[in-house]
Write a protein that binds this ligand. Sequence first.
Ligand SMILES: C[S@@+](CC[C@H](N)C(=O)[O-])C[C@H]1O[C@@H](n2cnc3c(N)ncnc32)[C@H](O)[C@@H]1O
Length: 274
Amino acid sequence: MDLVVTTVHKPPLSVIQMAKDMAAEMSIPFVPRDRHSLAAIREQYEVNELIVATADGPIAHSEAGEYFFHLSMAELRIKNLINGKHDHMVTAMGLKAGMSVLDCTLGLATDAVVASFVTGANGAITGLESSPVIALITRYGLQNFSVQSEADITSALRRITVDNVDYCQYLEFLPDNSFDIIYFDPMFRNPINKSSSLKPIRTLADMRPLTLEAIRQACRAAKQKVVVKEAAGSSEFARLGIVTTVGGKYSSIKYGIIDCMPEKMAGGGPPWNG
Ligand SMILES: C[S@@+](CC[C@H](N)C(=O)[O-])C[C@H]1O[C@@H](n2cnc3c(N)ncnc32)[C@H](O)[C@@H]1O
């Protein structure tokens, strides 16, 4: 892997240990920071990307910028739900307490945190992420990040399990009817938001498009629905044979819904069926 782990300058012992643990977990070199600049470490080790261990968790430094765990819109979306407002993803999934969700494209886990809050202590959220760096940063954040005076949101983070795996491989061996909902939020091939804060993920993330075979496996392994997030007006819905979409009238995002039960019974139909 074209990557090394280092620390901030003058790290406490706990941060050095964190960096060594992460290096061992990812089988990549640990580089003591000493007085070196990140640019000097990049040059010496001939790497484009670095993970820097800090007291607040790991930060990935790539050419495109810094990438670290944060709640993004999850906290606001949860507060809106508490105040009785609507969340299009929750509606698309038909989420209720106690349900199980497989999030095949975990990323920063913003959607997974919202799902975990709704499904609650008796629900189960499993997140898959094929990028080792994103999986590492998200796993650390979900286990360590606390939301001030919001114990329920913090608990929602802790309940999510993270698996650094390609969903194609995972789905292939998943038994039938394993999760209530299976969810995909692939990287948009035409980025909606070109803001600099989203650029770093694009150099770290797995950019492959969703395949019909993955949808077919997901329909087999889901008890209720497969939900796909895409840009409104995206041709991906048609390519994937998804006809039902929900989302705000003026929203740039839509959620495609495949109701797996009738499709399992019917046979024929869309390209992923069978
Ligand atoms: C748009 S982001 C998901 C954002 C996420 N829904 C959130 O709320 O933070 C897509 C993520 O899926 C990951 N990904 C893409 N293809 C994958 C695959 N085949 N298996 C697992 N993860 C994949 C990418 O690396 C990226 O981190």
